[in-house]
Design a binder for this molecule. Structure first.
Ligand SMILES: Nc1ncnc2c1ncn2[C@@H]1O[C@H](COP(=O)(O)OP(=O)(O)OP(=O)(O)O)[C@@H](O)[C@H]1O
Length: 373
């Protein structure tokens, strides 16, 4: 088993003006489940392919374990990769598909048989070993693709959007299975996805990328509670965090955040930090997650000064929770999540309290979270 370390890694494809991956620094621990996440084109696959050895590194150093592998061929890196397209050999049955890589590497028949059967047992596909890929469901094919990687007993698993061809329900199941599998095999996994839910549920640590640059590398909880900038704050969480433009004022009686229909008191602990950072009187962006709006009486009594009034344009009731699409708070529609039994009606005005202890404040210019950086 081994970790993976990238030091100042760059990738510039020949013919393109800009580097696709820039100054990538990361120390992935042995047995860690690391997820690379970000929008299309941010450089996730390029990073993974450099680790796999399928793309050359333009600059920087890549270590697998303690070994510098910049110039080591993919087959000698002791890694296994699982792709989005499972690329199973159609003319081979499941057993042969799983055995093929080991056969190429000249493993003995008995050893191949032992490994294939063990992997099939782990993945619960023992009854499918004689079948051809075309007689398998999408989820079963994905399991065979995983099986092909497992039999290699690699130091590191690399997975590039392995679940994106599956339907939503199966994706949910396989998500949990891959997490369990990684723990059981006690192996390092580097997993690429553009799906923030996959990232949040699977990763021990998540690396959020944008334009080839790491924005933040942290645990799911840390990313959710302490995003360093607007991009990360908006990327993690669904529905996304609301961003409201406004300004801070301090005319005695504490720091207030004002914007459209909002005029609320900032808790003193946070207010002091905003004073120290020289943000009073400045335009800022406040970030409020939908779940940090409340209408429980208890909460309202506790912080009466955080009450806002808004117009409910649309109320989506899912039963256990309701999403309110609100006008009047920000330039754009603001989404609040309340209890599904709260009885809020579309077309009415609603009074909500913002949990000001949970809000984030971003510098308008740098887009950095002023509480975190
Ligand atoms: N072979 C290539 N030649 C030139 N440019 C490339 C090549 N492969 C990728 N790129 C560019 O590098 C950037 C990063 O691409 P990459 O595939 O790593 O992104 P990604 O985050 O994995 O995106 P997606 O989620 O769409 O797969 C993109 O701008 C892409 O156009």
């Amino acid at each position: 088993m081994a970790g993976v370390r990238l030091e100042h890694v760059y990738k510039k494809y020949s013919g393109s003006d800009n580097a696709s991956v820039k100054d990538f620094n990361l120390d992935i621990k042995d047995k860690e489940f690391l997820v690379l996440v970000g929008p299309s084109g941010c450089g996730k696959s390029t990073t993974l392919r450099m680790i796999a050895g399928l793309e050359e590194i333009s600059e920087g150093k890549l270590f697998i374990g303690e070994r510098l592998v910049n110039d080591v061929a993919p087959k000698d890196r002791d890694i296994a990769m699982v792709f989005q397209s499972y690329a199973l050999y159609p003319h081979m049955n499941v057993y042969q598909n799983m055995a093929f890589g080991l056969k190429l590497r000249k493993f003995k028949k008995a050893e191949i048989d032992k490994r294939v059967r063990e992997a099939a047992k782990i993945l619960d596909i023992e009854h499918l070993l004689e079948r051809k890929p075309k007689a398998l469901s999408g989820g079963q094919r994905q399991r065979v693709a995983l099986g092909r990687a497992i039999v290699r007993e690699p130091q590191v698993f690399l997975m590039d959007e392995p679940l994106s061809n599956l339907d939503a329900k199966l994706r949910g199941q396989m998500r949990a299975e891959i997490s369990k599998l990684a723990k059981r095999l006690e192996t390092t996994v580097i997993y690429v996805t553009h799906d923030q839910i996959e990232a949040m549920t699977m990763g021990d640590r998540i690396v959020v990328m944008k334009d080839g640059i790491i924005q933040q590398a942290a645990s799911p909880e840390e990313l959710y509670n302490h995003p360093v900038n607007i991009f990360v704050a908006g990327f993690i969480g669904a529905p996304s965090m609301n961003f409201i433009n406004g300004s801070l004022s301090d005319q005695g009686g504490g720091v207030r955040f004002k914007a459209n229909n909002i005029d609320v008191l900032v808790p003193e602990g946070k207010a002091q930090l905003l004073r120290e950072k020289g943000l009073i009187g400045k335009e800022i962006i406040v970030g409020v997650r939908p779940e940090d709006f409340h209408e429980e009486p208890v909460f309202l009594e506790a912080s009466p000064q955080t009450l806002v009034t808004a117009h409910v344009e649309v109320a989506e009731n899912l039963g256990h929770e309701m999403y309110l699409y609100l006008n009047g708070l920000g330039k754009d529609t603001v989404i609040a999540r309340v209890d599904g039994r709260s009885g809020v009606k579309e077309g009415t005005n609603v009074k909500l309290a913002i949990d000001m202890n949970k809000v984030h404040v971003f510098d308008k210019e740098s887009e950095l979270n002023v509480f975190e950086v």
